[in-house]
Design a binder for this molecule. Structure first.
Ligand code: 6PG
Length: 247
């Protein structure tokens, strides 16, 4: 039943990364057992970096058949792949290392001068690589303004009804203010399991809006996960949950 996602409040950013690590491994094992491959789609941003490093570090990486992992992107900034703002660059530096380098990476092409063509190419790739169940696991983040992937408040992409991927204009409220390519709500909901990682006190207000029974999805795009038919989980630290540290 769609509705409020499971919310797990964990003690720290590190504990969020640990729990996310366990969820990734369990989703990977079950997808590989069921379908012989694991299609993981991930977001950019700072929050998932510790998770990515733990998954790819020789000392901590799980014992998975990484050649059966396909890695997709939920969004990308329209910058060259070498730009520090590129999500593909973050993934190459933090995740696609060590044993994880054996995974098949499907980057969104932020350097393509024609964003419509780049979005359409990725759309075709997704339609070709994904079965009716969609991604086996999608990991999202959430901005302080309630955006997720690159679906910003009041973006026309929020009302898209047929496409999985679209180009969108640069946000006006958060950095980096560059144009993006993003999964649409249809693309986000096309998955078997959904995990949202939320850390930091600047996220507390948006998290309250996500949890509220009633609210405006255009104002708080991450609320679209409430329409998900499978299990959506939010892993957050105490700061994001609004729990103030004691004296
Ligand atoms: C991006 C994202 C974006 C991100 C949130 C949270 O590329 O900007 O995919 O949706 O997940 O902004 O970012 P932080 O983890 O840095 O707070």
């Amino acid at each position: 039943m769609p509705g409020s996602p499971e919310i797990r409040v964990l003690d720290s950013v590190g504990a969020v990364a640990c729990e996310a690590f366990a969820r990734v491994v369990s989703a990977a094992e079950s997808a590989i057992k069921k379908r012989g491959r694991f299609r993981l789609c991930v977001s950019g941003g700072k929050t998932p970096e510790a998770l990515y490093r733990a998954l790819s570090d020789e000392k901590t990486a799980p014992a998975l058949p990484f050649e059966k992992v396909e890695l997709f992107m939920a969004d990308e900034r329209r910058v060259p792949p070498s730009d520090p703002r590129s999500n593909a660059r973050l993934l190459r530096e933090a995740l696609l290392r060590g044993p994880f380098a054996r995974a098949h990476f499907h980057p969104l092409d932020g350097a393509n001068p024609d964003p419509q063509a780049a979005a359409l190419d990725y759309e075709m790739l997704l339609r070709h690589r994904l079965g009716p169940e969609g991604f086996d696991l999608l990991i999202l983040g959430m901005g302080p303004d309630g955006h997720t992937a690159s679906l910003f408040p009041h973006s026309p992409a929020l009302w898209e009804r047929s496409r999985f991927v679209l180009p969108v204009a640069a946000p006006t409220t958060v950095e980096p203010r560059v144009d993006r390519l993003t999964l649409t709500p249809l693309g986000v909901l096309n998955c078997e399991r959904l995990l949202v990682l939320v850390c930091g006190e600047d996220k507390a207000e948006a998290l309250t809006r996500l949890r509220a029974e009633d609210g405006d999805d255009a104002e708080t795009p991450v609320r679209l996960v409430r329409r998900f038919h499978g299990v959506a989980s939010v892993l957050c630290d105490r700061a994001a949950a609004g729990i103030v540290a004691g004296p």
